[in-house]
Design a protein around this ligand. Structure first.
Ligand code: NAD
Length: 472
């Protein structure tokens, strides 16, 4: 059961749904005495869970002004900072960890409070693209230093490992098996596999069907994971990795003009941008194109260039998220109120009565059409597998656990993105917590909906154009 023994101390910053859900997994799978763990968080929420496990609990928000003073006494060379907070700059925390020689993991590149919606910044400046660029800019100065894993939850995180497994499956099933998968550090080799298979589009296709014993009330935002986290990212501009097969930039699409140039953004919030997508159990559905780190990191990772540096292959990648039905209603109400947050918010936990999170990657454009690979985890399976989790959080917390273990096993890697981590090791650690992990082929394309009720313009010469996925 214990994957690794850790000799340092562990500080968990933020103790909401993910912090509370991962603590029992850490205690179960990492050999680390409880008195070496400290929780630092901004609210009393979770204090009972910390007490249940006998973990020290410090109630203090980290801010621009105090974070160094707050955290430095708790961390020294060889320790671990696990950042599961909102509103605390990931980049500043990574710099602090580099200075203190401390291992680090977060699940998202988070700005300081208000950073997602700061209208004094341009949409490009407050995009996930810009935040990822700021994080990966630390790569050189962190090389050879303590491992800092950036953006490793379920998505971003686990889905990068699903993509690798899906590519190997498609290669096997199309008669071009990969005898020995390249190491994750060899991006060009992985990009050649994706290009060779003809993968044009990758969706993170997720359908959450969890329902509670009480419906959403007017004036209440309900979700199965952080309400603040979801509203924050949903209000950012929609962003997507922009593939080399795309014929035309959308009318409201923009390039950033700096950095790796792997992604574009649309001049509208992701929570009001819908795309056609597909999961095996739900079938065809409309999902929100919410900006996410993995849309950009995947597209950047799977890029091939010629000798002049020009891009020769790059897939389109983005999130296509159908949250639980009460969250869809919550988004609808939020948008109607000019994106002003409802007075009440509720994170669904014990009141969930049924449903599952069907979370996977949908790889399209190859010889077998579309292939979804991912996790189907019901609320009952999640509750049986670990305390203080629902189906959504367990997919995240299992991946956080796996990322933490990988960092402890590989402590001098400097800054690492999910795509650069050994997918087989992560999937092995996560397996007991993902319910049914399945791969399913489909002949679904976004063209199937077109023309059913109203004839629409479509590009039948290539079903995999973004213009065919987008619901206008
Ligand atoms: P949550 O809202 O339930 O909890 C956030 C926690 O952060 C709370 O304990 C809060 O008190 C604490 N916090 C807020 N401000 C703080 C501050 N200034 N200093 C210290 N602590 C502070 O959120 P969650 O669902 O647990 O999610 C945590 C983070 O993980 C979010 O950033 C979210 O976006 C991210 N997340 C990532 C994934 C993924 O798959 N990659 C999935 C879910 C959540």
């Amino acid at each position: 059961m214990k994957h690794v023994a850790f000799a340092g101390r562990l500080v968990i910053l933020g103790f909401g749904s993910i912090g509370q859900g991962v603590l029992p997994l850490i205690l179960r799978h990492i050999d680390l005495p409880r008195d070496r763990i400290t929780i630092v968080t901004a609210e009393e929420r979770g204090q009972d869970v910390a007490a249940e496990y006998g973990i020290r609990f410090i109630l203090q928000a980290a801010t621009r002004e105090n974070f160094e003073e707050l955290l430095s006494p708790l961390l020294a060379k060889g320790d671990f900072l696990l950042n599961l907070s909102v509103d605390v700059s990931s980049v500043e925390l990574m710099k602090l960890c580099r200075k203190l020689d401390v291992l680090y993991l977060d699940t998202v590149v988070e700005p300081w409070a208000g950073g997602y919606t700061d209208t004094s910044l341009t949409p490009s400046q407050r995009s996930n693209y810009a935040m990822r660029e700021a994080a990966v800019a630390l790569r050189e100065e962190m090389r050879g230093g303590p491992t800092s894993v950036t953006a490793h939850g379920a998505n971003p995180g686990l889905v990068s490992h699903f993509v690798k497994q899906a590519l190997l499956d498609i290669a096997r099933d199309t008669g071009a098996p990969v005898a020995s998968p390249p190491p994750a550090s060899d991006r060009a080799a992985w990009a050649r596999i994706a290009a060779g298979l003809g993968v044009k589009v990758i969706h993170i296709a997720e359908r959450d069907t969890q329902v509670a014993d009480r419906p959403k009330q007017p004036g209440e935002f309900v979700n199965t994971w952080s309400v603040d986290g979801f509203v924050g990212e949903g209000c950012q501009p929609a962003e997507l990795g922009w593939g080399s097969h795309e014929k035309a930039l959308p009318a409201d699409g923009h390039r950033h003009g700096f950095g790796c140039d792997a992604a574009i953004y649309l001049m509208r919030p992701g929570a009001s941008t819908r795309v056609r997508t597909w999961t095996p159990l739900e079938g065809p559905m409309h999902g929100f194109l919410i900006t996410h780190n993995e849309s950009i990191s995947l597209t950047d990772y799977y890029t091939l260039r010629d000798a002049t540096g020009a891009v020769t292959y790059r897939p389109t990648a983005h999130y296509a998220y159908h949250p639980c039905d009460d969250a869809v209603l919550s988004v609808h109400e939020l948008a109607g109120k000019n994106w002003q947050m409802q007075p009440e918010k509720r994170l669904m936990t014990d009141e969930i009565t049924q449903g599952m999170d069907e979370l996977g990657v949908l790889l399209m454009g190859h010889a077998k059409g579309a292939y979804w690979y991912g996790s189907r985890l019901t609320i009952d399976q999640a509750r049986a597998a670990a305390p203080h989790n629902n189906a959504t959080s367990l997919q995240v917390t299992a991946a956080v656990l796996a990322g933490v273990i990988w960092a402890m096993e590989n402590p001098r890697q400097g800054l690492v993105e999910s795509d650069e981590i050994d997918h087989a090791r992560v999937l092995e650690i996560c397996a007991p917590y993902l319910g049914d992990v399945v791969g399913v082929y489909s002949d679904w394309t976004p063209l199937q909906e077109r023309g059913v009720l109203f004839p629409e313009a479509l590009d039948a010469t290539d079903p995999w154009q973004f213009g065919n996925f987008r619901v206008t």
